[in-house]
Design a protein around this ligand. Sequence first.
Ligand SMILES: [Zn+2]
Length: 451
Amino acid sequence: MAQGRETNATQARWRRPIGWALAAVLAYAMPAMARDFDVRHYMARIEPDLQTRSVKGEVSIRFAATVDSTDLIVLDRDGLDIDRVREGERSLSFDQTGRVLKVRLPRPALRGQLREISVSYHGTPRFGLQFHPDKRQVYTLFATTQWLVGVDAPDERASLDLSVVLPAGLKAVGNGYLVGRRSLGKGKELHRWRQTVPMPAYTYGFAAGPFEEASDRGSRVRLRYLGAGYSQNDLRKLFADTGDMLRYFERRAGVPYPGGVYTQALVARTIGQEHAGFALLSEEYGRGVLGDRRDESLIAHETAHQWWGNLVTCRDWTQFWLNEGFANFLAASYMEQRFGRDEYLKQVDGWRRRYERLKEAGKDKPLVFPDWDKPSGDDRAVVYQKGAYVLHLLREDLGEAAFWNGLREYTRAHRGASVTSQDFQRAMEQASGRDLSAFFANWVYPAAPAR
Ligand SMILES: [Zn+2]
């Protein structure tokens, strides 16, 4: 996702202070809890109500125990109210104290054995599902467990079959490919998507609205653009570099874009949010790009997340710089090849100045730091700006060949997996033939506690 107004000067006007949205998002940013099971697949049907800003849903969760035996399944439900939990036709007893759902299995799940429970629920999401009834738009932002009961941890990957009941006649996007769309009568339509490559739950989502739609071909990948209040020409114009971006990031990642279609939708209000296979940007931001092509680095940032963030994911939120510092840095490097070195250096200078301010204010931290439960704006700047700045320093230090080879090998080796900074360090050491422990100790890791 985008960070907010601090990213760089040219985009400042598109990025509102994040306030509750990102503060709440990062309130999730706790180290992942150890789990006794691994989710393999979600099959969900949800129905948002634009007028009441509420949602009801049912999700079947297929999982396997990762311990010899367990009879307790703990799921994240955020504020959702659980109506019923079943295994087959049998109702199970459950507890929904706090923000989790605890389900007692009548017979324990054994290691590796596939089991499936289904959960019915309803609720009024605080921000994970955004309702704009005036614009007939509804879309998801980051906090998946505000509309889908599941496991909200970046190291938990599963496939998804998502059906969403929407007002008839809207254009929509969801993860993976569209399985189908059919009328349910009474002004409702069911859209169904399937994400077959397992992905972390925070990349799940959809967006719907009375959008105009345009498409392009970016080599192998179909590019789809959605936005209300835009002509098809404008959509094609403002997203014109997307195919070039995909090809650039594929080259840097050494991994092809993982899917057949990449969709970008301009929605009522967002700071920018990546999902598996699509990105949401704001209508206002889109108009800015039409005014000045060089504002497109946020498009590049969200596109870069398809590799760094979605395909290679931080193992827990203390390693979040591996998503956001990387997306910032890779977007700037795209801007460099598109508009020239000065455009890149302008961004580097912005990161460096933000980092200097952090130091002066005594708010500097290593890129990996444990106290993620209440991140401040300065903490976000550590992850987004200092993170990108440190990648720039490493690039300068190692030189072009070693740096980009290392980044590519890191991405290839860990695609479809969750990573820590050690994984990145090892890849860069291998590519450069150098011991980088001093560099990483200086910039990345928290100091060992004093004895
Ligand atoms: Zn981001």
